[in-house]
Design a protein around this ligand. Sequence first.
Ligand code: GLA
Length: 490
Amino acid sequence: MSSSFLLGLHFSHATLAASGLSYNGLSITPAMGWDTYNAYALDYNETTIQDNADRLVSLGFRDLGYRVVIFDDAMTEKNRSSNGSLVENSSKFPSGLKSLVDRSLHSQGLQFGVYSSAGRFTCGGYPGSLGYEPADASWWASLGADYLKYDNCYNEGNSGTPKLSEHRYAVMSNALNSTGRDITYSLCNWGDDKPWEWASTISNSARMSGDIQDYFDRPAASCPCGPDEYYCQLPGYGCSVFNILGKASHITSKNQPGYWNDLDMLEVGNGGMSYDEYKTHFSMWAAIKSPLIMGNKLYDLSPEDYGILTNPAVIALNQDPQGSAIQRHLVEQTDNKDRWGVGEVQLWSGSLFGGDQVVAFVNAANSSRTISYDLVEVFGGVSTNEQAQQAWNLYDVWGNETVIPAASAAMVLNGTVGIEAVNEGRWYYNASETSWADGLASNDTLLLGTPAGRVEAAGTLSAEVPSHGIAMWRLRSADKGNTKKKRDEL
Ligand code: GLA
């Protein structure tokens, strides 16, 4: 029996085991897709959906896994019909929702995401689904829904204890199951009543903070809890990337295949952050295993932002078959602290499928810094730690093997050449054809990252990290090749 056959068996066992952890067998890796809200608020229509769906396909996003298109709020009329059903908004969607979904989404291999609230109204003031769960779920299923984002507005006091929230959200979970359709269930209750303690048995993900804003670290009165207050009774909105990252750092261990802490949608492409800030945002959302839901205008992307969102080495961290989130080990204060401690360096690391590791140095300080940590620190500060006592090959996940250069990206974005053809498809990874697990097993540098040398046992990792930027590596055991060779000889 060849070693690659053994490896193949290993992967399928892992996938089978992982699917058992999901309450409905879905979302074994975090959901990926695109949502209307960050870029359009409630102002979107049929054309918005069509145009962005087409870009998901033509720019290669679909084949990287960004499949679900979420109609975030304001999809229906403002009132239910006289018999209590939701009514689709035919002025926004003149073709009819079913026909739009069939034509623009399902026929192109995309998925349909709907939105409602476990309350009387949605956050935008449209009818909510509290008390109407079975009827609304079956209407969505009849339209072909594949995903529900379920909000928390106007919940009529049915919150304040984990029991109240769980009970309210479980009603919809059961209603979705009763439709007989596979519908990923994504709670949007902003961390209220600590969903990471109870939601994994009824849902596939839950938001853990107030709404994101397109800022790296700007404090906002509307987002009153700081990054160290992971449980926030007033989650609010206007929360920065750095604020959400801090909150998430306390609960990363709650992730498992089938249930993910949702750090909210991506802002990459919306213009409020620098290139380095967007890289940090995307890298950390990916490695923490947040769902990766873009919230931008896909026909208005800069070449640099396109390069960030399509980086297969970073997406491979998010879609890793093991499903463990990166963990924060150290926070060191540096310069110019504000009331939230911005001006700090953070060290994160975590394990990946097959024994690989991921390490991140985040520099939230206001100047570029040389950051160094030895392997003992990198792996949590225990000197006997097995990982610290072995040599690793390093792969820079932001190196030039995986980030499409701006000039090539510009050609893809303006339609001169397809992503699968630019420079002979060098930056194109098609996860619809080759799973992330198989790509990783074949040592494809498109997924591993750019080779960046080696660190010896008990050695030191070091990088110059720009202000608000990140250095991030995949580590693969330097002994792995030898192990494989030995296995082949058996
Ligand atoms: C809430 C959610 C957002 C978005 C809006 C829609 O604020 O947290 O993500 O869905 O509602 O109105």
